[in-house]
Design a protein around this ligand. Structure first.
Ligand SMILES: Cc1cc2nc3c(=O)[nH]c(=O)nc-3n(C[C@H](O)[C@H](O)[C@H](O)COP(=O)(O)OP(=O)(O)OC[C@H]3O[C@@H](n4cnc5c(N)ncnc54)[C@H](O)[C@@H]3O)c2cc1C
Length: 431
């Protein structure tokens, strides 16, 4: 039984757990991070046959206004940003390739929209940027566009964009308020997409460096089995190595895991509801190639099948052996396709067809493929009947929550970072 007592115990060593721990330790808190496996969670980078595969996260959206940028500045993180080149981003519209309307130049070049539709689309972007449109939490983006009688082509363009940013085949289900708050930020950014040199592992290492520099404790292979509660407080977390006690606790483990550790507590029912929510799921099919196949794009999105391929090695040369290439393909999945073997096989075939079409000769260059048939990009999918978890629930006064299933800003890892920053600030304000 450990006698160690901490200011803050953080359960889960993914991006949310590590960033909140780094921030709190830099402000003088004695922290401990307890992680059941290895650090990084879904943002881990795996080395296979000399190629560094980002298992999950690969890009940061709107990095200039992101919470990660705030962490970077306040904690002095060294991040090797590799900004996306918009002239190398293309939409595959079947018979043709066309520019992605990610900026003004792309908007004027794209064949996805014609004359008047471009003007109308620009007008929609402008209204979003100026926050004139806010949407409504009780109205999906589909319903909202119908109500506002948005022109058909413009409607399709907005849904195509949403599909690629929200990693979903069902963009029409996104609540309109979530849609507009996301795009009001994305349309005003100068850095729409950025990659990280050295992969996401480099970022994880940076958070670890800050925690250790501030005498924080990190324990891997330490699974939390139970939260020990008394009245309206958490007193400790129970692990096979003993109980860890603290003044404050941050729970950074996904709701399905949370349901186990909060069984028979006041949170049992609240957590069970979040554990039942549908996550956003994709199929990832990465390939490491012996030699580069040079093509005039580094990102290609196939509109018909909602699949994109990124040439990760174009941005991060450190992820491949000399002369090699690492391509990452991501296929969005509808809920009815998740867990369905036949559907997964079809998606895999569609990805291979896309590689054949745009990277001819890849099979001869193949050194190592890596497939995740069911990767959880975000623990909560944006639909009308699913709401993110609050970062604080009054049942336990010293317990907070952070992760990409929680309330916060943005999508994906930005939700993890923003909820982590918000809970860290709440804890510091308690002083
Ligand atoms: C294929 C894919 C592509 C993605 N692409 C992007 C992208 O381009 N851009 C982007 O921003 N994001 C992307 N993401 C999302 C991003 O990876 C996640 O949002 C982020 O990593 C979530 O971090 P987290 O800390 O909130 O949760 P997690 O990473 O799930 O961390 C939770 C941690 O808790 C640990 N844990 C669980 N139970 C216990 C327990 N009982 N005791 C102790 N520890 C426990 C787990 O092992 C894990 O390490 C992608 C994800 C995937 C899968």
């Amino acid at each position: 039984m450990t006698t160690n007592h901490y200011d803050v115990v953080i359960v889960g060593g993914g991006l949310a757990g590590l960033s909140s721990a780094a921030y709190l330790s830099s402000k003088g808190k004695k922290v401990a991070v307890l992680e059941r496996g290895q650090l990084g969670g879904r943002a881990v980078t795996l080395k296979i046959k000399g190629f560094n595969f980002n298992f999950g996260a690969h890009a940061i959206y709107a990095r200039d206004s992101s919470v990660l940028r705030t962490f970077e500045k306040e904690l002095g993180l060294n991040i090797d940003w590799q900004d996306f080149n918009p002239t190398k981003a293309k939409y595959d519209i079947g018979s043709d390739l066309t520019a992605v309307p990610a900026n003004v130049q792309g908007l004027f070049q794209t064949k996805l929209l014609k004359g008047m539709d471009k003007v109308l689309f620009t007008f929609e972007i402008l209204k979003t940027m100026l926050k004139m449109e806010k949407g409504h939490p009780h109205m999906s983006i589909q319903k909202w566009m119908e109500k506002k009688q948005v022109n058909e082509e413009v409607r399709e363009m907005m849904l195509t964009l949403a599909s690629s940013n929200f990693f979903t085949r069902e963009p029409e289900k996104i609540p309109s308020d979530v849609f507009f708050s996301y795009y009001s930020r994305l349309f005003t950014t100068n850095k729409p997409v950025a990659y990280i040199g050295g992969g996401w592992q480099a970022l994880i290492n940076e958070f670890v460096r800050v925690i250790e520099a501030n005498q924080g404790t990190i324990l891997i292979k330490t699974k939390v089995e139970k939260f020990h509660v008394e009245n309206d407080r958490v007193v400790g977390v129970v692990t096979p190595e003993g109980e860890f006690t603290a003044d404050e606790f941050i729970c950074c483990i996904p709701p399905k895991e949370m349901a186990k550790v909060f069984a028979e507590t006041r949170l049992e029912h609240a957590v069970a509801q979040h554990a039942e929510y549908e996550p956003t799921v994709v199929m990832v099919y990465d390939i490491g190639l012996k030699e580069r196949i040079d093509v005039p794009f580094s990102y290609i999105y196939e509109k018909a099948n909602n699949i994109f391929i990124t040439d990760i090695s174009y941005y991060d040369r450190t992820c491949v052996p000399e002369g090699g290439q690492l391509l990452q393909a991501t296929a969005y999945m509808r809920q009815d396709e998740v867990g369905n073997k036949e559907a997964a096989e079809i998606r895999k075939q569609e990805i291979e067809n896309l590689y054949d079409k745009h990277f001819p000769g890849w099979r001869e260059q193949l050194v190592v493929p890596r497939v995740s048939a069911r990767a959880v990009v975000q623990e909560i999918k944006w639909t009308m009947n699913q709401k993110p978890m609050p970062i604080f629930m009054p049942d336990y006064r010293n317990l907070f929550f952070a992760g990409d299933w929680c309330e916060g800003q943005g999508q994906l890892s930005e939700l993890s970072f923003s909820s982590a920053m918000n809970v860290a600030k709440l804890i510091l304000e308690k002083e």
